[in-house]
Design a protein around this ligand. Sequence first.
Ligand code: DP6
Length: 324
Amino acid sequence: MGQSATARAHTNIALIKYWGKKDANLIIPQNSSLSLTLDHFYTDTTVTFSETLTRDQIIFNGQEADEQTQTKMSQFLDLIRQQAGRSTFASVETTNHVPNAAGLASSASGYAALAAAGSRAAGLDLNRRDLSRLARRGSGSATRSIYGGFVEWQRGRNDQDSYAIPVQEEIDWDIQMIAIVLNDRKKRVASRAGMASVVATSPYYPSWVETAQADLPKMKDAIIKKDINLVGQLAEKSAMQMHATTLSAVPPFTYFEPETLQAIEVVERLRQQGVSCYYTMDAGPNVKVICTSRETPQILAALAPYFTAEQLLVAKPGPGVTSL
Ligand code: DP6
């Protein structure tokens, strides 16, 4: 007889970035990070353990997943089987409501949803801390998608103490993001490989860790004060310092593309005109604008000459992982 569970997790965008691992197997990060979970972009996953299966079956957006995804997700299911003391295979059906190529970190919502659905289907009743630790083993950014709103991933030192905590789950002030989807070309360097190279070769890496650790409490302060300008300034600084480590890696690489600079230029121009807007970027060319809903129409209008309406996705703060 099969045991089945379904969960929904939303993606998150880091304001203080996670960039670099101390332990690649356990996914223990070099620095703590802080993110905002978003409402529009989420993953629904159903996991069913069944005695009749002879291997894990992974269906990704209606199609059998590629070899690499199969292996990664199967290894993740092994962690759940280990914890639950069972050996049956599972079928996994996952639907991504995150534009895959949008650089909106679909691995974050993906592994958070898989952790929640898989553990419950296996009969485990994990609290959110343990769910966060489990999600971490799939993808670092998934650690934070267990919670809604502003979330801190405390780096910790080992598997036990590296997990996320909520900073502000219910956000009663005006903050949102506009994701500018520049192109759907595949990433040139995956985030996993990119951060590994940077840790190993960038002479600036130690100061990245130092600055991220120092800026995180400042970001929490800015959130408590509901200060959009300070949140934006710190987020921009974190993103650009992260990207500086890629240029200083050996060999150097970058996630910037011509359209990235175009988007940044629009944000900077608006700011000179007194509009509170800031940008952040992850391991891809897309730009996310941090702003208030009040100023969003003006920002969208300024971006319109350069990007189509389909390229501009507005997202508000979203909730943590839920069972469906
Ligand atoms: C730039 O979580 O995708 O988005 O742990 O190797 O799966 P792995 O990496 P991943 O890296 C995300 C990096 C980032 C910054 C962030 O989300 O904090």
